[in-house]
Design a protein around this ligand. Structure first.
Ligand SMILES: Cc1cc2nc3c(=O)[nH]c(=O)nc-3n(C[C@H](O)[C@H](O)[C@H](O)COP(=O)(O)OP(=O)(O)OC[C@H]3O[C@@H](n4cnc5c(N)ncnc54)[C@H](O)[C@@H]3O)c2cc1C
Length: 433
């Protein structure tokens, strides 16, 4: 039976929920405070797509974009170490986990000793002897990697770079459990070769525009420039949502697809204090991101991703500019959890990004900067610190008609694109047909 559904938040989590609910014939309305949908994705660099990102592939499939995306070239994972050495993790055309195990054996970014310790650990884990410790979610990844024999230079030069790229925080802030599970899912499971795909089209044209067009065709309603200010509860259900202009909306089902720090102010205090489900949200926190985007007059053929050790920015992406300028390239410089950068001027950040770019993508002649922009997000994504996993909420809240989505909720993934999409999908599935 068709029901009415109100979705608060038009980020990718809310839009995904709207797509799956709209496809089942529900009457869906998305409430979004900004002038356009997309949320944080509007400022994000091209995402790294892995075979293990099943929810993302399934969304791309619904939009008819999966086949063309899968045909894109593999983007190599390249490390620029503090010694100046550039090392690529070899992409071997073998099924997982063979490609990863052989790639690790040949990977010069780790010393022979680190590789040997890692491979013997992987072999033991594979055979579950001994099983992974139960307390991994409470342990720090840095300390745990040291306990399995990874040297300081391996942790700094390789594992820290991967933690920042995949989890959005540095190794000493990351839970060992989430780090280990993410690496295993990304690189050790699945029968297909582990190909890293980074679409060079912006997320707007690659994902958001086709998704919005499909939602409109389904009859999903959007209320843009509309802020939800209060949720009202009646015993075990949500009764209505109040908007900034005092208008009140009711529906059969409600989905919050808001970031954590936007959801809690909408809840009455008695709800937050009474239910552990909401109470534990105060134990979560977010990391910051600073992104500088540079448009340069030297075109490139292929997308490149470089992870940097001991630079201002932690990773850089360079890809052909297929949208704004002809004969140009775009470089994204990204730094996570670097509070000092948040307060720097745009000019200073662009200068620092250009310096790192010279190291990451050396060229015979310096490219001319056509234009640049800067994004500062003090609360960009959930910090995956030890203990976080237990506090991330599942979709079903204690209220029968209220579900919670968002990259930060408990999906088993770090708070990334896959997590946001999966959370929206799960909320949609929780609502009966
Ligand atoms: C700069 C940046 C770079 C990133 N890079 C990557 C990357 O490379 N790879 C990757 O996988 N992930 C990346 N991420 C993470 C990814 O973008 C997010 O995980 C994902 O977009 C979160 O989607 P969401 O729908 O959960 O939340 P959001 O995108 O935050 O959506 C929430 C929406 O709710 C709206 N809203 C908030 N309060 C209200 C209210 N009271 N009423 C109505 N509407 C409201 C907001 O305006 C927003 O549109 C990046 C994030 C940032 C910020």
């Amino acid at each position: 039976m068709s029901a009415t559904v109100l979705i608060l938040g038009g980020g990718i989590a809310g839009l995904t929920a709207a797509l799956y609910l709209g496809a089942r014939g529900h009457a869906v309305t998305v409430i979004e405070q900004a002038a356009k949908v997309g949320g944080r994705l509007c400022h994000a660099p091209p995402p790294l797509l892995l075979e293990a990102h099943h929810a993302t592939w399934s969304l791309l499939n619904s939009l008819g974009k999966d086949a063309v995306t899968r045909r894109l070239r593999h983007t190599p994972l390249e490390f620029l170490q503090s010694t100046g050495a550039r090392i690529q993790f070899l992409h071997l055309p073998l099924p997982s986990p063979l490609n990863t195990l052989l790639g690790t054996t040949l990977f010069q970014g780790l010393s022979m000793r680190d590789r040997w310790h890692l491979l013997s650990f992987l072999e033991r884990t594979w055979e579950q002897d001994p099983p992974l410790p139960n307390d991994l979610d409470l342990r720090v990844a840095d300390e745990w990697l040291a306990s399995i024999g990874q040297s300081e230079s391996a942790r700094r030069g390789v594992w820290n770079c991967l933690a920042r790229l995949l989890l959005g925080a540095a190794l000493p802030q990351v839970s060992a459990g989430l780090f280990m599970r993410t690496l295993r899912r990304c690189f050790l499971t699945g029968a297909k070769a582990t190909k890293l795909i980074m679409p060079s089209q912006g997320l707007d044209s690659f994902l958001l525009a086709p998704l919005k067009a499909q939602l409109e065709a389904m009859g999903v309603q959007f209320r843009l420039n509309t802020t939800a200010t209060q949720l009202y509860f009646d015993r075990d259900r949500v009764a209505r949502v109040e908007l900034a202009d005092r208008i009140r909306l009711t529906a059969d089902w409600y989905i919050s697809a808001l970031p954590r720090h936007y959801l809690t102010p909408l809840l009455p205090e008695r709800v937050v204090t009474h239910y552990a489900y909401f109470q534990q949200l105060s134990r979560l926190s977010e990391s910051s991101l600073v992104i500088v985007r540079l448009y340069l007059d030297q075109p490139v053929e292929q997308t490149q991703l470089v992870l940097l050790e001991r630079h201002t920015f932690h990773w850089m992406i360079r890809h052909p500019d297929r949208e704004l300028h002809e004969e140009a390239a775009v470089v994204w410089a990204i730094a996570v959890e670097a509070p000092d950068l948040l307060t720097q001027s745009n000019e200073a950040l662009v200068r620092l990004a250009l310096e790192d770019m010279k190291a990451a993508f050396p060229t015979a002649s310096a490219p001319r900067l056509i234009e640049a922009d800067v994004v500062r997000q003090p609360q960009a994504c959930l910090t995956p610190k030890p203990g976080t996993q237990q506090c991330r909420p599942l979709p079903n809240s204690p209220f029968l008609n209220f579900f919670v989505a968002g990259a930060w909720t408990d999906t088993g993934w770090p708070a990334n694109l896959e997590s946001a999409i999966l959370s929206g999908q799960r909320c949609a599935e929780a609502i009966p047909v």
